[in-house]
Design a protein around this ligand. Structure first.
Ligand SMILES: [Zn+2]
Length: 320
């Protein structure tokens, strides 16, 4: 089947009451690992990439190969999504290369990285929506500022500006976005919260009131990796140096899904798992130089954590 749009994937999730994981990939092996998990779990999946975050010489070449790889799993319901597009041009390029969904994150200004006004965010987002919808592509916008580090956006947990339900309704009405990333207490990156309690603070009543105002908009949770402690321990046991950190618990994500969250971004967990597997393998197998061995270990580890998230979010078995 052809690639699905984000709206097609999330419309089914809305009816089924489950969440769909959106997994960040930055090379073809990671994409293959995610698609393998989706196939074995018979789960819908959102494969997402960030502009500039890949090891290849030519981004257009990478995006074309990525689209072909995802499309080569015709039995899997998959959307190909641009995560955190910062500019209109980022989104146009992704659409030109066959992405079926784009995020325009205009919650911060490109010029000075300061929070945008609601009017600025609406104007930038509406421009992308007009271009994307004319080409049958879905759009995700962001309201409020989700702290942490991602895609060149610097910030701290203290900088989370919580989403306001009235502003959310206003934003959707004036932009026409299909999906909305809401700042409801999560943070980006591998260093999230310094205490376990902070990792529990997803604002469920805020999710409820936004969903009540926007029943036809798909709500998206960003910065929602769990930061598995065993992966952090493995990385640090094999030469890494990561600070202790707590992510968003599985229970919190499931509660979010029960209250209307439909897309759950999972960048960090699978990348932590990937790095842990490579570090552990290379440390233990000191005479191995064949790249496929370490890559294979990492791919299997990444497939494993992606499949686990699909079961936790209730999307396993919901694919075509
Ligand atoms: Zn994000």
């Amino acid at each position: 089947m052809p690639l699905r749009t984000l709206s097609e994937v999330l419309a089914k999730a809305e009816v089924g009451g489950y969440g769909v994981g959106a997994f960040n990939v930055s090379d073809l092996n990671q994409a293959a690992a995610v698609m393998k998990a989706a196939r074995s779990e018979r789960s819908p999946v959102i494969v997402q990439a960030i502009a500039g975050m890949h090891p290849y010489e030519d981004e257009g070449w990478w995006w074309d190969r990525l689209r072909e790889l995802v499309a080569s799993y015709p039995d899997v319901e998959a959307a190909l999504h641009l995560d955190h597009g910062r500019t209109f041009d980022d989104c146009v390029r992704a659409i030109d290369h066959g992405f079926t969904s784009v995020m325009i994150d205009a919650s911060r200004r490109v010029e000075d990285d300061e929070p945008s006004t609601l009017e600025e965010n609406i104007a930038a987002t509406a421009r992308v929506v007009e271009h994307a919808h004319a080409r049958g592509v879905s759009v995700e916008g962001e309201l409020g500022t989700i702290g942490g580090a991602e895609a060149g956006v610097s910030g701290t947990v203290e900088e989370i500006v919580f989403a306001d339900p009235d502003a959310a309704a206003d934003f959707v009405e004036h932009t026409g976005v299909d999906a909305l990333a809401v700042a409801v207490g999560t943070s980006h990156g591998a260093v999230k919260f310094t205490t376990a309690e902070a990792g529990q603070r997803l604002r469920i009543p805020l999710i409820e009131s936004i969903k009540a105002r926007l029943p036809d908009t798909y709500l998206v949770l960003h910065g929602s990796s769990s930061i598995p402690a065993d992966a952090v321990r493995t990385i640090n046991a094999h030469g890494g140096r990561l600070d202790e950190s707590y992510g968003v618990s599985t229970e919190q994500k499931q509660e979010g899904i029960a209250h209307g969250i439909r897309k759950i971004n999972q960048g960090t967990d699978s990348h932590l798992t990937w790095t842990a597997a490579i570090r552990e393998f290379l440390d233990a197998q000191r005479s191995v130089v064949e790249p496929s061995e370490a890559q294979g270990v990492a791919m299997r580890a990444m497939s494993g954590v992606v499949a686990q998230r699909m079961r936790e979010f209730g999307s396993s078995g919901a694919g075509a």
